[in-house]
Design a protein around this ligand. Sequence first.
Ligand code: SF4
Length: 368
Amino acid sequence: MKEYGLYIHIPFCKHKCYYCDFYSIVCLDSSLINSYIYAIEKEIIHFFEKFKIFYPLISTIYIGGGTPSILNVDQIEKLFLILLKYFNFKNLKEITIELNPESVTEEKLRYIKDLFFSLTSNVRVSLGVQTFNESILKSIGRIHTQRDIFNSIRLFKKVDLNNYNFDLIFGLPGQGIEDIKKDLEYISKFMPPHISYYALTLEDNTILRNLGYVPDEDLQAEIYKMIVDFLLKNEYNIYEISNFAKKGYECLHNLGYWRRNEYIGLGCSSSSFLGDIRVMNLSKVYEYVNFDFIYEIEKLNFEISMKEKIILSLRTDEGLFLEKDILDKYGNIIEKMIKEKKLVVEDNYLKIPIEYKFISNQILVEFI
Ligand code: SF4
Protein backbone atom coordinates (compact mmCIF):
# COMPACT_ATOMS: atom_id res chain seq x y z
CA MET A 1 0.00 0.00 0.00
CA LYS A 2 1.20 3.48 -0.92
CA GLU A 3 2.68 5.62 1.88
CA TYR A 4 2.72 9.42 2.09
CA GLY A 5 4.59 12.02 4.05
CA LEU A 6 2.22 14.44 5.80
CA TYR A 7 3.05 18.14 6.23
CA ILE A 8 0.91 20.53 8.28
CA HIS A 9 1.55 24.27 7.97
CA ILE A 10 0.81 26.47 11.00
CA PRO A 11 0.94 30.00 9.53
CA PHE A 12 1.04 32.02 12.77
CA CYS A 13 3.90 33.84 14.45
CA LYS A 14 4.17 36.23 17.38
CA HIS A 15 6.27 38.61 15.31
CA LYS A 16 7.51 38.77 11.73
CA CYS A 17 11.26 38.20 11.34
CA TYR A 18 13.01 40.63 9.02
CA TYR A 19 14.39 37.96 6.66
CA CYS A 20 11.31 35.78 6.50
CA ASP A 21 9.53 34.87 3.32
CA PHE A 22 7.49 31.94 4.67
CA TYR A 23 3.77 32.39 4.64
CA SER A 24 2.76 33.44 8.15
CA ILE A 25 0.80 36.20 9.82
CA VAL A 26 1.35 37.81 13.20
CA CYS A 27 -1.34 36.37 15.44
CA LEU A 28 -1.99 36.69 19.14
CA ASP A 29 -5.60 35.62 18.80
CA SER A 30 -6.21 32.09 20.01
CA SER A 31 -9.70 31.98 18.51
CA LEU A 32 -8.27 32.46 14.99
CA ILE A 33 -5.91 29.52 15.61
CA ASN A 34 -8.86 27.42 16.82
CA SER A 35 -10.75 28.28 13.64
CA TYR A 36 -7.71 27.34 11.57
CA ILE A 37 -7.47 23.92 13.22
CA TYR A 38 -11.17 23.40 12.64
CA ALA A 39 -10.63 24.34 8.99
CA ILE A 40 -7.87 21.74 8.66
CA GLU A 41 -10.51 19.05 9.18
CA LYS A 42 -12.64 20.62 6.44
CA GLU A 43 -9.63 20.78 4.15
CA ILE A 44 -8.85 17.10 4.69
CA ILE A 45 -12.38 16.14 3.66
CA HIS A 46 -12.23 18.46 0.66
CA PHE A 47 -8.74 17.29 -0.35
CA PHE A 48 -9.59 13.59 -0.11
CA GLU A 49 -12.68 14.07 -2.25
CA LYS A 50 -10.84 16.12 -4.84
CA PHE A 51 -7.84 13.82 -5.18
CA LYS A 52 -9.63 10.52 -4.50
CA ILE A 53 -7.68 9.61 -1.40
CA PHE A 54 -9.10 7.62 1.47
CA TYR A 55 -7.52 6.95 4.89
CA PRO A 56 -3.96 7.14 3.55
CA LEU A 57 -1.04 5.39 5.17
CA ILE A 58 1.40 7.96 6.53
CA SER A 59 5.14 7.33 6.90
CA THR A 60 6.25 10.68 8.38
CA ILE A 61 4.62 13.79 9.83
CA TYR A 62 6.21 17.24 9.79
CA ILE A 63 4.52 20.17 11.53
CA GLY A 64 6.11 23.37 10.29
CA GLY A 65 5.40 27.05 10.01
CA GLY A 66 5.09 29.75 10.88
CA THR A 67 5.46 28.79 14.49
CA PRO A 68 3.84 25.46 15.39
CA SER A 69 4.87 25.96 19.03
CA ILE A 70 2.45 28.90 19.18
CA LEU A 71 -0.24 26.21 19.59
CA ASN A 72 -1.21 25.47 23.17
CA VAL A 73 -1.66 21.94 24.47
CA ASP A 74 -5.42 21.94 23.79
CA GLN A 75 -4.85 23.03 20.20
CA ILE A 76 -2.20 20.36 19.62
CA GLU A 77 -4.60 17.80 21.04
CA LYS A 78 -7.43 19.01 18.78
CA LEU A 79 -5.17 18.88 15.74
CA PHE A 80 -4.11 15.31 16.45
CA LEU A 81 -7.64 14.13 17.20
CA ILE A 82 -8.49 15.30 13.67
CA LEU A 83 -5.43 13.69 12.08
CA LEU A 84 -6.09 10.38 13.84
CA LYS A 85 -9.59 10.33 12.37
CA TYR A 86 -8.52 10.62 8.74
CA PHE A 87 -4.99 9.19 8.45
CA ASN A 88 -3.56 5.75 9.06
CA PHE A 89 -0.47 6.02 11.28
CA LYS A 90 0.19 2.34 11.80
CA ASN A 91 3.48 2.53 9.83
CA LEU A 92 4.55 5.93 11.13
CA LYS A 93 8.34 6.21 11.18
CA GLU A 94 8.89 9.78 12.35
CA ILE A 95 7.19 12.95 13.66
CA THR A 96 8.86 16.36 13.67
CA ILE A 97 7.56 19.61 15.10
CA GLU A 98 9.24 23.00 14.77
CA LEU A 99 9.58 25.00 17.98
CA ASN A 100 10.59 28.60 18.55
CA PRO A 101 12.68 29.04 21.71
CA GLU A 102 10.42 31.72 23.22
CA SER A 103 7.37 29.45 23.12
CA VAL A 104 8.87 26.26 24.53
CA THR A 105 7.42 25.28 27.90
CA GLU A 106 7.84 22.15 29.97
CA GLU A 107 4.10 21.47 29.88
CA LYS A 108 4.03 21.63 26.08
CA LEU A 109 7.11 19.46 25.67
CA ARG A 110 5.76 16.80 28.04
CA TYR A 111 2.47 16.77 26.18
CA ILE A 112 4.20 16.54 22.78
CA LYS A 113 6.45 13.78 24.05
CA ASP A 114 3.60 11.62 25.40
CA LEU A 115 1.39 12.17 22.37
CA PHE A 116 4.06 11.68 19.72
CA PHE A 117 5.67 8.65 21.37
CA SER A 118 2.26 6.98 21.40
CA LEU A 119 2.46 7.12 17.57
CA THR A 120 6.16 6.39 16.86
CA SER A 121 9.46 5.97 18.68
CA ASN A 122 11.16 8.45 16.32
CA VAL A 123 10.16 11.87 17.66
CA ARG A 124 12.08 14.95 16.49
CA VAL A 125 11.88 18.54 17.68
CA SER A 126 13.43 21.28 15.58
CA LEU A 127 14.50 24.42 17.42
CA GLY A 128 14.66 27.74 15.54
CA VAL A 129 17.98 28.92 17.00
CA GLN A 130 19.22 30.94 13.96
CA THR A 131 22.26 32.20 15.92
CA PHE A 132 23.34 32.38 19.57
CA ASN A 133 24.36 36.03 19.17
CA GLU A 134 21.85 38.25 20.96
CA SER A 135 22.48 41.46 19.06
CA ILE A 136 22.24 39.67 15.69
CA LEU A 137 19.01 37.98 16.83
CA LYS A 138 17.60 41.43 17.57
CA SER A 139 18.80 42.84 14.27
CA ILE A 140 16.89 40.17 12.31
CA GLY A 141 13.68 40.63 14.30
CA ARG A 142 13.79 37.42 16.31
CA ILE A 143 12.09 37.74 19.67
CA HIS A 144 13.96 34.99 21.50
CA THR A 145 17.14 35.40 23.50
CA GLN A 146 20.15 33.19 24.08
CA ARG A 147 18.61 32.36 27.44
CA ASP A 148 15.44 31.04 25.71
CA ILE A 149 17.62 28.76 23.56
CA PHE A 150 19.45 27.36 26.60
CA ASN A 151 16.19 26.96 28.46
CA SER A 152 14.66 25.01 25.56
CA ILE A 153 17.64 22.65 25.41
CA ARG A 154 17.55 22.19 29.19
CA LEU A 155 13.86 21.26 28.91
CA PHE A 156 14.49 18.85 26.00
CA LYS A 157 16.91 17.00 28.24
CA LYS A 158 14.63 17.21 31.26
CA VAL A 159 11.68 15.61 29.46
CA ASP A 160 13.89 13.21 27.48
CA LEU A 161 13.40 14.60 23.97
CA ASN A 162 16.90 13.84 22.78
CA ASN A 163 16.41 13.82 19.02
CA TYR A 164 16.57 17.54 18.36
CA ASN A 165 17.64 19.78 15.51
CA PHE A 166 19.14 23.26 15.54
CA ASP A 167 17.94 25.46 12.70
CA LEU A 168 20.69 28.01 12.02
CA ILE A 169 21.44 30.70 9.45
CA PHE A 170 24.71 32.21 8.23
CA GLY A 171 25.29 35.40 6.29
CA LEU A 172 23.16 37.51 8.66
CA PRO A 173 23.73 41.27 8.95
CA GLY A 174 26.82 42.03 11.01
CA GLN A 175 27.73 38.35 11.29
CA GLY A 176 31.44 37.78 10.67
CA ILE A 177 33.76 34.80 10.90
CA GLU A 178 34.30 35.34 14.65
CA ASP A 179 30.54 35.25 15.32
CA ILE A 180 30.25 31.97 13.44
CA LYS A 181 33.17 30.55 15.45
CA LYS A 182 31.24 31.42 18.62
CA ASP A 183 28.08 29.77 17.27
CA LEU A 184 30.11 26.66 16.46
CA GLU A 185 31.47 26.68 20.02
CA TYR A 186 27.91 26.68 21.35
CA ILE A 187 27.00 23.89 18.96
CA SER A 188 29.94 21.85 20.24
CA LYS A 189 28.62 22.22 23.80
CA PHE A 190 25.32 20.56 22.89
CA MET A 191 26.11 18.47 19.79
CA PRO A 192 22.51 18.13 18.63
CA PRO A 193 21.92 14.97 16.59
CA HIS A 194 20.83 17.10 13.62
CA ILE A 195 21.71 20.57 12.32
CA SER A 196 20.13 22.53 9.47
CA TYR A 197 22.49 25.37 8.59
CA TYR A 198 21.17 27.62 5.82
CA ALA A 199 22.88 30.40 3.89
CA LEU A 200 20.68 33.50 4.18
CA THR A 201 18.90 34.33 0.94
CA LEU A 202 16.48 37.23 0.83
CA GLU A 203 13.35 37.41 -1.27
CA ASP A 204 12.13 40.79 -2.54
CA ASN A 205 9.29 41.07 -0.06
CA THR A 206 11.45 40.74 3.07
CA ILE A 207 12.19 43.64 5.40
CA LEU A 208 15.97 43.16 5.26
CA ARG A 209 15.93 43.21 1.46
CA ASN A 210 13.87 46.38 1.50
CA LEU A 211 16.40 47.91 3.87
CA GLY A 212 19.03 47.20 1.22
CA TYR A 213 20.86 44.33 2.91
CA VAL A 214 22.56 41.93 0.50
CA PRO A 215 24.41 38.89 1.91
CA ASP A 216 28.08 38.76 0.90
CA GLU A 217 28.31 35.53 -1.10
CA ASP A 218 32.10 35.27 -0.88
CA LEU A 219 31.92 35.53 2.88
CA GLN A 220 29.09 32.99 2.93
CA ALA A 221 31.22 30.57 0.87
CA GLU A 222 34.07 30.95 3.37
CA ILE A 223 31.70 30.43 6.30
CA TYR A 224 30.08 27.39 4.67
CA LYS A 225 33.52 25.79 4.33
CA MET A 226 34.21 26.49 8.02
CA ILE A 227 30.89 24.97 9.04
CA VAL A 228 31.39 21.88 6.89
CA ASP A 229 34.94 21.35 8.21
CA PHE A 230 33.74 21.72 11.79
CA LEU A 231 30.79 19.38 11.38
CA LEU A 232 32.74 16.72 9.48
CA LYS A 233 35.38 16.78 12.22
CA ASN A 234 32.59 16.22 14.72
CA GLU A 235 31.22 13.20 12.83
CA TYR A 236 28.19 14.76 11.23
CA ASN A 237 27.22 13.49 7.82
CA ILE A 238 26.36 16.14 5.17
CA TYR A 239 23.37 14.29 3.82
CA GLU A 240 22.02 17.34 2.00
CA ILE A 241 23.68 20.66 1.15
CA SER A 242 22.29 22.42 4.25
CA ASN A 243 21.53 19.43 6.47
CA PHE A 244 23.92 17.60 8.75
CA ALA A 245 23.17 14.62 10.96
CA LYS A 246 24.82 12.14 13.26
CA LYS A 247 24.49 8.64 11.83
CA GLY A 248 20.88 7.45 11.95
CA TYR A 249 19.44 10.89 12.76
CA GLU A 250 18.68 12.08 9.22
CA CYS A 251 15.22 13.62 8.82
CA LEU A 252 13.17 10.95 7.03
CA HIS A 253 10.47 13.44 6.10
CA ASN A 254 12.88 15.70 4.23
CA LEU A 255 14.63 12.70 2.68
CA GLY A 256 11.18 11.81 1.32
CA TYR A 257 11.00 15.22 -0.43
CA TRP A 258 14.43 14.82 -1.99
CA ARG A 259 13.68 11.24 -3.09
CA ARG A 260 10.41 12.43 -4.62
CA ASN A 261 8.22 10.27 -2.44
CA GLU A 262 4.59 11.34 -2.42
CA TYR A 263 3.34 13.66 0.30
CA ILE A 264 0.20 15.47 1.38
CA GLY A 265 0.41 19.06 2.59
CA LEU A 266 -2.36 20.69 4.60
CA GLY A 267 -2.83 24.34 5.50
CA CYS A 268 -2.18 27.66 3.78
CA SER A 269 0.82 27.69 1.43
CA SER A 270 1.47 23.96 1.84
CA SER A 271 2.14 21.81 -1.19
CA SER A 272 1.43 18.20 -2.03
CA PHE A 273 3.09 15.83 -4.44
CA LEU A 274 0.84 13.08 -5.72
CA GLY A 275 2.86 11.15 -8.29
CA ASP A 276 2.18 13.06 -11.46
CA ILE A 277 0.76 16.29 -10.01
CA ARG A 278 1.99 18.96 -7.65
CA VAL A 279 -0.69 20.81 -5.70
CA MET A 280 -0.09 24.24 -4.16
CA ASN A 281 -2.52 25.48 -1.57
CA LEU A 282 -2.72 29.23 -2.28
CA SER A 283 -5.28 30.07 0.39
CA LYS A 284 -4.63 32.92 2.81
CA VAL A 285 -5.57 32.46 6.47
CA TYR A 286 -8.88 34.33 6.34
CA GLU A 287 -9.99 32.47 3.21
CA TYR A 288 -8.82 29.22 4.74
CA VAL A 289 -10.83 29.60 7.96
CA ASN A 290 -13.86 30.23 5.74
CA PHE A 291 -13.18 26.89 4.03
CA ASP A 292 -12.19 28.57 0.81
CA PHE A 293 -9.40 26.23 -0.28
CA ILE A 294 -7.61 27.52 -3.35
CA TYR A 295 -5.38 25.07 -5.19
CA GLU A 296 -3.03 25.45 -8.09
CA ILE A 297 -2.45 22.10 -9.74
CA GLU A 298 0.56 21.46 -11.92
CA LYS A 299 0.66 18.38 -14.08
CA LEU A 300 4.22 17.07 -14.18
CA ASN A 301 5.24 15.71 -17.55
CA PHE A 302 8.19 13.38 -18.07
CA GLU A 303 10.65 16.20 -18.70
CA ILE A 304 9.66 18.26 -15.63
CA SER A 305 9.78 15.13 -13.48
CA MET A 306 13.26 14.29 -14.77
CA LYS A 307 14.53 17.81 -14.02
CA GLU A 308 13.05 17.70 -10.53
CA LYS A 309 14.66 14.34 -9.91
CA ILE A 310 18.08 15.65 -11.02
CA ILE A 311 17.90 18.81 -8.94
CA LEU A 312 16.60 17.16 -5.79
CA SER A 313 18.95 14.15 -5.97
CA LEU A 314 22.05 16.23 -6.57
CA ARG A 315 21.38 18.16 -3.37
CA THR A 316 21.80 14.93 -1.39
CA ASP A 317 24.84 12.82 -0.59
CA GLU A 318 23.06 9.81 -2.14
CA GLY A 319 23.31 11.60 -5.48
CA LEU A 320 21.57 10.93 -8.77
CA PHE A 321 21.28 7.43 -10.18
CA LEU A 322 22.50 7.64 -13.76
CA GLU A 323 19.67 6.00 -15.65
CA LYS A 324 19.52 5.84 -19.45
CA ASP A 325 16.96 8.66 -19.93
CA ILE A 326 19.12 11.08 -17.97
CA LEU A 327 22.28 10.14 -19.86
CA ASP A 328 20.47 10.42 -23.21
CA LYS A 329 19.29 13.94 -22.46
CA TYR A 330 22.05 15.38 -20.28
CA GLY A 331 25.09 13.21 -21.15
CA ASN A 332 27.03 16.14 -22.65
CA ILE A 333 26.43 18.48 -19.71
CA ILE A 334 27.31 15.75 -17.25
CA GLU A 335 30.51 14.89 -19.12
CA LYS A 336 31.56 18.55 -19.25
CA MET A 337 31.01 19.03 -15.52
CA ILE A 338 32.82 15.83 -14.64
CA LYS A 339 35.82 17.17 -16.60
CA GLU A 340 35.58 20.44 -14.64
CA LYS A 341 35.46 18.33 -11.44
CA LYS A 342 32.12 19.91 -10.46
CA LEU A 343 30.50 16.47 -10.54
CA VAL A 344 31.83 13.03 -9.69
CA VAL A 345 30.47 9.53 -10.29
CA GLU A 346 30.50 6.90 -7.54
CA ASP A 347 28.94 3.48 -8.21
CA ASN A 348 26.82 4.91 -11.01
CA TYR A 349 25.55 7.77 -8.83
CA LEU A 350 26.34 11.34 -9.83
CA LYS A 351 27.29 13.65 -6.94
CA ILE A 352 28.48 17.18 -6.24
CA PRO A 353 31.82 17.04 -4.41
CA ILE A 354 32.03 18.86 -1.06
CA GLU A 355 34.12 21.76 -2.40
CA TYR A 356 31.37 22.63 -4.93
CA LYS A 357 28.35 22.13 -2.68
CA PHE A 358 28.09 25.80 -1.76
CA ILE A 359 27.82 26.81 -5.41
CA SER A 360 25.52 23.92 -6.22
CA ASN A 361 22.93 26.31 -7.66
CA GLN A 362 25.36 27.23 -10.43
CA ILE A 363 25.70 23.51 -11.21
CA LEU A 364 21.99 22.69 -10.97
CA VAL A 365 21.03 25.58 -13.24
CA GLU A 366 22.78 23.76 -16.11
CA PHE A 367 20.01 21.17 -16.01
CA ILE A 368 17.14 23.65 -16.19
S1 SF4 B 1 9.28 32.70 13.31
FE1 SF4 B 1 9.83 31.64 11.40
S2 SF4 B 1 8.01 31.71 10.11
FE2 SF4 B 1 7.70 33.19 11.79
S3 SF4 B 1 8.35 35.14 10.94
FE3 SF4 B 1 10.13 34.25 11.98
S4 SF4 B 1 11.23 33.06 10.40
FE4 SF4 B 1 9.16 33.52 9.62
